[in-house]
Structures are given as C-alpha cells and as structure tokens.
Ligand binder design. Structure first.
Ligand code: EPZ
Length: 417
C-alpha cells in the first residue's frame, strides 16, 4: 500500500477547489440509518476511508447498502443480523461507537468494541455510557466490549460533564425513540451535531433547541426513511484556506459554508490574512503581512481543534510569535516535532506551542501520526524549499478526499510514492 507522499515545495497555487461532504457529519448520519426500517438515501458523502469503515460496521449490524455513485448510498436497516460492532473495525475508527445509541434505541441491544487508545489523547467514552445508563439501559464492559441492553429506553435528563460531539450525537440518536421526554444539557453545538438533529427531525423525530447547549427530545414510536445531503466539510475548507495562505497564493475555495468557519477566519484576519467570503465560497489572496496570532482550541463556536495542526504550520510562516493552546485533547502536538524537522521554530510547554516566524522551511522526510497532523505536514511541505516526503499518509485518506488530485488541480507538485 502506497504510504508516502512527495511534495515539491515553493510553488504558488492558483485556481479553485471544490469542497466535499463533511466526514464528521457523514458518520453520525450513516449510523442514524439504524433508527428506521425504511430506506435512506444519503448524498454528498465524502470519498474517504472512514465512510467505508462505517458502512462495513453497519453491514455487520444488518444494514443492506448499495453505492449508487461515489457520493451517494442507498441503505436499509432491516432486522438486525447481529448486534456486534467488531474490534477489527472499531480500532480503525473510534467513531464506530456512534452505533451504540441507535442500536440500543431500536433493537434494545448493542455490543460495540471499546475503542482503544488514540494518538491525540486517551479519549474515553464514559459520557456515552453514562448517558445510555440514564436512559435506562443496562451497560456492561465485557471482554473489551460495551454491552448495552434495554427493555425500551425511557426519557431522562442528561447533563454532560464536558462538551462531547459524538457523545451528544449518540444520546440524541438514543433519545429520539425513547419513551417520553429527554433533556440533554451542556451539549456540543458543532454544525455536524445540528445537522444530525435537523435530519432526525426530517425523519419524524421531535427535537428542539438546536444551536443551544440544551436539547429537548420528545420520543416517538418510529422514524421514516428520507433522502439527505451531507453538509460541506468545514475542516477540509479550512485546510485549503491555510494551503493558500502558507504558499502566498490567490485561490478560491468553493462549495463550502464560511458561516461554519468564523472562528478560524476571524483569527486569520486578525493576523492580516487577506480573506474574503460569500455564502458558499472563500477567496484567499497573497498576504505579505501575515502576522503571528494566539489561538486556543475550544468547542464550537470556538477555534476548532481539528484546525490546530494546520494553523500551527501556518504560524511558522507568520511574522512574530504565536501561542497555540490545545484545550480539547491532551496529546495533539505530535506534528510539532516533524515541523521542527522541516526547520520550524516551535517550543512546547505542556498544552501550549510557542511558534516563532517566519522561518524558511527546508524539505525533509517526515512522519504523520494522525489525520490532521498529516494535513499540517503537507501544508508545510507546500511552503518548504525542495522536496518533502510525508510518511504514513494512510491517516490522511481517512478524512481528506482526493487530496492529491485537488491540490494538483491548484498547481501543487504532489504525488504518491
Ligand atoms: C469529535 O470527536 C470529532 N470526531 C473529532 O474530529 C474532533 O476533534 C472532536 O469531536 C472535537 O471537536 C467526529 O466527529 C467523528 P469529543 P469526539 O467527545 O466526539 C473527552 C477529526 O480529526 N471525552 O467532543 O470523539 C475527550 O477525551 C476528529 O476529524 C471524555 O472525557 O470528541 C476529549 O478530550 C479527531 N469522555 C473531549 O472530551 C467521553 O465520553 C472532547 O471530545 C467523551 C469525550
């Protein structure tokens, strides 16, 4: 399997790039197909490995599906043919845990492998398990699996100790078929969460409070099948914004929703980045006065942790210093050592990276450790002199569709080796 990417840096980009569907919206939407026996048609799916993995998990659970095209799938969750989401799939993608809520809600039983460790942090799922228990399920951990059993879930009030994206999504999908009312407090309000709630309401659910941290769900007996189109990927869009800025280029990012990226755009403009946008596009122009600005990752609408690595790479090319603080995950600076290998001037102090710039980057061989770290190394490689080789790019394919073709379309010299 091709593991490496080779990038000839120092080439300005130009033209337009189209953004695909959001990985982190597609995964819960696909899992929600378990909530109805009727057919679902999901459109604008990103062509990424994580979507394939979720479809394989769902197949294990009795969901029949047919790919109509690269970005469209027709699916039907008849009677469960199994209740197990196996370790070999869950270890590839911890978001497989998103089947726990819908499976327990519809079939009163689910067995999902506990997700193992992750490069960016411990990432426990205690809030998912506590939430399901509050809805009346008996949840046990047996042989590395979460085993949930219920006799019909019952509405309850759940207060999340901390904001959790997939935790909110899992409890939403459990509560829509629970008897009575559920109130979810301190919820995540990421666009992917709101998108899921809106889709569930189109399937016949009764959810209110979208966009606020308190969601109210009135349980219903059954949900219907619908046709649904996934929202554009704000993190993919943000990554191309940084690609334009770090190479001093004029490019346009199309088919995106800038309203989902305000924290990032505001921060970049604070650092003299030249960015204009409309309803569905972002125009990046060469920004010679790009300056260092500080950023702290927090839940939406704050600065997204999934843009931190890419932003840190950009700050190596900005004038002055920038303090980047990672408050969501305890180990999300693995890209820093690799950026230093390319010549960056960064020091780490606990959950803070202090970046000094601009420092010229020089191509070298570097190694990706996770999805967003691999994106940041590619961005740095585009800005570096000479050749950069990024190893272990399978991480990238989990969440970026056709990245070589898209960057190549903007004039980048990038290829798989
Ligand atoms: C989602 O992960 C995203 N994944 C992540 O994107 C993203 O980084 C993260 O939200 C934060 O925005 C998907 O949507 C599939 P959390 P999730 O639960 O839901 C702690 C990417 O690059 N926590 O909001 O797993 C947890 O450890 C990926 O596309 C508990 O302690 O993240 C973390 O420190 C990476 N107990 C914090 O909360 C729990 O039960 C926030 O995690 C759950 C979470």
């Amino acid at each position: 399997m091709v593991q490496k990417l080779e990038i000839e840096g120092g080439v300005p980009l130009k033209g337009e790039v189209k953004i695909g569907g959001a990985k982190n919206a597609a995964l819960p939407v696909l899992a929600a197909s378990l909530l109805t026996e009727e057919e679902m048609i999901i459109k604008n799916l990103p062509a990424v490995k994580d979507v394939d993995t979720m479809l394989r998990v769902l197949k294990h659970l009795g969901v029949d599906y047919e790919r109509e095209s690269d970005d469209t799938v027709r699916m039907k969750a008849g009677a469960p043919s199994g209740d197990l989401a196996p370790y070999e799939l869950v270890k590839q993608m911890r978001a497989s845990v998103l089947v726990l809520g819908p499976m327990t809600a519809r079939h009163n039983e689910a067995r999902v492998s506990l997700p193992g460790g992750c490069a960016i942090g411990v990432r426990p799922i205690n809030l998912h398990i506590d939430g399901l228990s509050r809805l009346g399920a008996e949840v046990k951990i047996e042989h590395g699996y979460v085993h949930a059993r219920a006799n019909g879930l019952k509405g309850a009030e759940i207060v999340f100790d901390r904001v959790t994206v997939t935790g909110t999504e899992n409890m939403l999908m459990a509560a829509v078929l629970a008897e009575g009312e559920t109130i979810l407090r301190n919820c995540a309000v990421e666009p992917e969460v709101t998108d899921l709630a809106e889709m569930l309401n189109r399937m016949g659910a009764k959810i209110s409070g979208m966009g606020s941290r308190d969601l109210r769900v009135e349980g219903v007996k059954r949900l219907k099948g619908i046709e649904y189109s996934i929202i554009p990927d704000r993190i993919e869009a943000g990554t191309y914004v940084i690609a334009g800025l770090i190479t001093g280029s004029n490019i346009t990012i199309e088919n995106c929703l800038p309203k989902h990226l305000h924290a990032l755009i505001d921060k970049l403009q604070e650092g003299n980045a030249r960015i204009e946008y409309g309803n569905s596009y972002i125009k990046v122009s060469r920004s010679p006065d790009l300056s260092g600005v500080d950023a702290r990752t927090t839940p939406y609408p704050g600065f997204p942790t999934d843009m931190q690595a890419q932003f840190t790479a950009l700050m190596t090319q900005a004038k002055g210093s920038s303090v980047v603080t990672e408050l969501i995950f305890e180990n999300r600076f693995m890209h820093v050592q690799e950026l230093i290998r390319l010549g960056a001037n960064i020091t780490i102090d606990g959950r803070t990276a202090i970046v000094k710039g601009p420092t010229p980057l020089e191509g070298a061989e570097v190694m990706a450790t996770d999805l967003r770290a691999s994106a940041s190394l590619i961005l740095a490689g585009l800005a570096a002199r000479n050749t950069t080789i990024v190893d272990r790019v399978y991480h990238l394919d989990r969440g970026y569709e056709k990245i070589c073709r898209k960057l190549g379309g903007l004039g980048a010299r990038i290829r798989r080796i």
